[in-house]
Design a protein around this ligand. Structure first.
Ligand SMILES: C[S@@+](CC[C@H](N)C(=O)[O-])C[C@H]1O[C@@H](n2cnc3c(N)ncnc32)[C@H](O)[C@@H]1O
Length: 232
């Protein structure tokens, strides 16, 4: 897989094509498309059942987790940036989704949602969310069945806020789908220490990623809240 700094990134999702405009010259990291969002989106595209399923499939270990058809699942994306992952999830059936980020990134996010409206056939919901803002978290009306986050672990100071937001937003029986790449050793260490206290963590084997969208340094993780009695 090749990543590019060209102004427009194209992301095929089933029979649709998302076109995402990035502004690599901006001082905000969220105005670029980061590899984790593409890797996460294409992992889900590979395994999300295209039609409602009546029973788990032997050939698809993720059929239950990623079947967005049977029950309407509420989803939120943290640090959505240009919206690549959130838009892809929407096209894959996660239709009740809200994309969040900090205020300065909102114009880039909204521009890309508008740009892709002909493909999405809908104006997706957005909301400003700073991970340490409890009022903004409450205003989203958690819990969510699915929390999506791609390439959001890179500043040590915000790791506690991020893990706190994930914990506050995801339902006890919900799931966090994380696209991850090591960006800062300090943030990395703290993130995994904190996450392991709150979540049961499953790493998706690399061979389960989309063959055209695998990247040695990029991983997908599935977090589920630890049952209360198992929390350390
Ligand atoms: C590296 S970018 C990834 C963007 C997008 N998820 C992607 O993969 O293309 C990290 C994102 O996290 C957001 N972010 C960083 N710190 C945040 C915070 N404290 N609260 C909310 N969002 C934050 C940034 O604004 C940015 O959009």
């Amino acid at each position: 897989m090749k990543f590019t700094d060209s102004p427009v990134i194209e992301l095929p999702v089933r029979d649709a094509l998302l076109s995402i405009q990035q502004d690599n010259g901006s001082m905000h990291v969220g105005t670029s498309v980061w590899p984790c969002s593409l890797v996460l989106a294409k992992f889900v595209e590979r395994w999300a059942p295209p039609r409602p399923t009546t029973q788990p499939s032997d050939s698809n270990p993720y059929s239950r987790l990623l079947d967005f058809h049977n029950t309407r699942r509420r989803a939120v994306e943290l640090g959505a940036g240009c919206g690549a992952a959130g838009m892809a999830f929407y096209l894959l059936g996660l239709t009740d989704i809200i994309l969040t980020d900090i205020s300065p990134v909102m114009p880039a996010l909204k521009r890309n949602l508008k740009r892709n409206k002909p493909v999405l056939n809908k104006a997706l919901k957005t909301s400003v969310l700073y991970w340490n803002n409890q009022d903004q978290i409450k205003a989203l009306n958690p819990p969510f069945d699915v929390v999506i986050a791609a390439d959001v672990v890179y500043i040590e100071e915000s790791v506690g806020q991020l893990v706190g937001a994930m914990e506050a937003l995801v339902a006890d029986d919900g799931v966090v789908l994380l696209g991850y790449q090591l960006r800062s050793p300090e943030a990395h260490k703290l993130f995994w220490e904190m996450s392991e206290k709150v979540f049961e963590i499953e790493k998706v084997p690399h061979e389960d990623l989309h063959p055209d969208y695998g990247y040695e340094e990029t991983d997908v993780y599935i977090f589920k809240k630890k049952k209360k009695e198992n929390v350390e």
